[in-house]
Design a protein around this ligand. Structure first.
Ligand code: SAH
Ligand code: SF4
Ligand code: F3S
Length: 475
């Protein structure tokens, strides 16, 4: 054992909540004297896991198997498993993988730096399991990202970001701000309420303090994060501030240019929030509004709490409040009992709304959820066939939505420089427009552009992105 060796590596799976937790963990460990190292050299490998579908869970087991065969020469090497699979499997990891010395649940991230210090120094023999749910949103030290231009800042200087499995990362100039934890909806298929616990809203004052601190560090775009942000403040931990009021307060913070939020549940999207799209210029014209299925029968069996009529009324109201709003969604095929006719209604709904993009999944049984016991499970081959048809339609809708942008103006938040592989031709920058679409812009080099905004004219639509021409300089 070498107590002096405080090197770590983080692998992250799952949704933005996990990416956000890993991001924070990386910075918090830095503040505790830890430094990053490659996965086969690090003393500690942290794996932040997701269990929302069958496959990601299997991925964790495969990954731990692979990691166990690496780095045998690193003295005192061990693993920490966190997130949703850790919450579910708990101490089970200790028996299966002897190198796992810490498991931590989704409410326990704040306690991980100390636990790793204790395990690494030998003060705590381990193995250690931190799995309790807390009764309120645990405050944790902010550990903000580095200022633009500081060592460790985003963009060319790289490295505040966690190493990633498949989770989305915070991008330069942009930050996720957690406003709530957990979920109370218990959709019939979903494991999230079991692995993330009950909904706990974070006090508005804490949210605003973080937003102000980030804006002072040059962050232009804030994404408010929660499993169901539309019910922010409605649980007993709320301080009376509802989601629409929180949005107004966040948009009013000096330096905040863009605000997004995710995820929305259609049943809880209040008229005031729809209206906010028309009245708050900082609120980006983009909304991820998970539909799941287009058949009322399936929606009812899923326990989603809305029907197609309510959903399409919301879409109409959103488009009236903010014409051109980019709508994206989550869709699931093969829920127990889903017929070909039900599935066709999902395709029809996709056409009716004209989603710009979507995440789509084949239903899988998750332990402890209601749908496990439902009759008429759909064969895997049928699910995959429906998924392929759905994704083919989405390609068509995406192409149509992108083509409609050609000739329009956009404001792009610059993320990263991408050189042409042959080394010739102008340097391009990649970023995202207000609607969240990827835009590539040929633009002279020069560091320090990551995280800045640029006015562009859209000149071409590619399969999954746009090409723009700069109008003026980044600001
Ligand atoms: N809170 C978010 C979604 C969280 S899970 C919401 O309510 O929209 C992300 C997506 O995973 C879900 O929208 C759903 O489409 C998918 N998903 C959840 N459980 C699943 C399961 N058992 N099988 C397949 N997909 C699932
Ligand atoms: Fe899961 Fe439903 Fe909660 Fe989303 S709203 S996290 S799908 S239970
Ligand atoms: Fe996965 Fe947990 Fe998020 S199950 S989707 S990482 S809440």
């Amino acid at each position: 054992m070498n107590p002096e060796n405080k090197t770590f590596h983080i692998l992250t799976f799952g949704c933005q909540m996990n990416a956000h937790d890993s991001d924070w963990l990386g910075r918090a460990l830095g503040a505790h004297g830890w430094t990053r190292a490659p996965e086969d050299r690090a003393r500690v490998v942290l794996v932040n896991t997701c269990s929302v579908r069958e496959k990601p869970e299997r991925k964790v087991y495969d990954l731990l198997g692979r990691l166990s065969r690496l780095g045998a020469d690193v003295p005192g090497r061990f693993f920490a498993v966190g997130g949703c699979v850790a919450q579910q499997v708990g101490r089970g990891f200790f028996e299966r993988y002897p190198l796992v010395r810490l498991v931590f649940g989704t409410d326990q991230t704040a306690r991980v730096p100390r636990a790793l210090d204790a395990l690494a120094s030998g003060a705590e023999p381990g193995p250690l399991a931190l799995l309790d749910f807390e009764s309120a949103f645990l405050p944790r030290a902010l550990h903000l990202p580095a200022l633009a231009g500081e060592p460790g800042a985003g963009g060319e200087q790289g490295a505040v970001q966690p190493e990633t499995g498949d989770a989305a990362l915070a991008r330069p100039g942009q930050a996720f701000v957690s406003i709530m934890q957990g979920c109370d909806n218990f959709c019939a298929y979903c494991i999230v309420p079991y692995v993330r616990g009950r909904q706990k809203s974070r006090p508005a004052a804490d949210v605003l303090a973080e937003v102000r601190a980030l804006a002072l560090r040059g962050v232009r775009e804030m994404t408010l994060l929660g499993q169901n942000v539309n019910s922010y403040g409605l649980d007993r931990h709320g301080d009376g501030t509802g989601f629409a009021a929180l949005l107004r307060q966040v948009c009013a913070v000096d330096g905040v240019t863009r605000v997004r939020f995710t995820t929305s549940h259609p049943k809880d999207l209040a008229p005031e929030v729809v209206e906010a799209f028309g009245t708050l210029p900082q609120l980006c014209p983009a909304l991820h509004l998970p539909l799941q299925a287009g058949s009322d029968r399936v929606l009812a069996a899923m326990g989603r709490g809305y029907d197609m009529r309510r959903y399409l009324d919301l879409v109409a109201a959103l488009r009236a409040a903010r014409p051109g709003i980019a709508l994206t969604t989550d869709l699931m095929v093969g829920f127990p009992g889903e017929t070909e006719d039900d599935f066709r209604q999902t395709l029809e709904a996709m056409r009716a709304v004209g989603y710009e993009s979507s995440f789509s999944f084949a239903y899988s049984d998750r332990p402890g959820t209601r749908s496990v016991d439902m009759a008429h499970k759909i064969a895997q081959a049928e699910k995959l066939d429906r998924l392929a048809r759905l994704q083919a339609l989405q390609e068509e809708l995406t192409a149509r939505a992108l083509a409609a942008r050609v000739g329009e103006r956009a404001v792009v938040l610059l993320e990263a420089e991408s050189r042409r592989q042959d080394g010739r031709g102008p340097v391009a920058w990649r970023g995202r427009d207000e609607g969240g679409r990827v835009v590539n812009v040929p633009l002279g080099g020069g560091s320090g552009r990551a995280g800045r905004l640029l006015d562009v004219k859209v000149v071409q639509a590619k399969k999954h992105s746009l090409r723009g021409e700069a109008v003026g300089e980044p600001w």
